[in-house]
Design a protein around this ligand. Sequence first.
Ligand code: HEM
Length: 130
Amino acid sequence: MGNTVNVKKPRPVNLDLQTIRFPVTAIASILHRVSGVITFISVGILLWLLSLSLSSINGFQTAADIVDSFFVKFVLWGIMTALFYHIVGGIRHIIMDMGYFEEIESGNQSAIVSFAITGVLSVIAGVLVW
Ligand code: HEM
């Protein structure tokens, strides 16, 4: 038949997940989206904490007690790390929008640099939180 599409045509299939490697730029991209969503959710949490701390002397004490637990500090550190990555990755995006680092090699390098800068900022965030 003239217009029949043969859907049974054998296509290359790779179900062995161990052999699939994402390019570093793909990882940078998905992390930027994830960190944007985390930042968005964090705005609510942080505004609630700020409003609690400003509500009264007792409210401030309650907020200080909440932030005193290891788990909450860990979450705050995670929030700060996500925000830092989002800012650093965002600046990388803006630089790329201006026409730089658009080739595969320079794109890979700028992704790795953005990870490294975030790593340093994340350590600083940890020092600030603890
Ligand atoms: C409250 C603060 C922020 C929130 C909640 C937020 C959230 C988001 C979200 C959800 C996205 C969409 C991601 C996607 O579709 O893949 C995004 C994209 C973006 N954000 Fe943010 N963001 C914030 C602050 C910033 C800051 C400070 C920068 C500065 C560099 C920035 C730079 C960007 C850029 C350049 C994009 C577009 C990335 C692309 O084209 O794929 N963002 N943001």
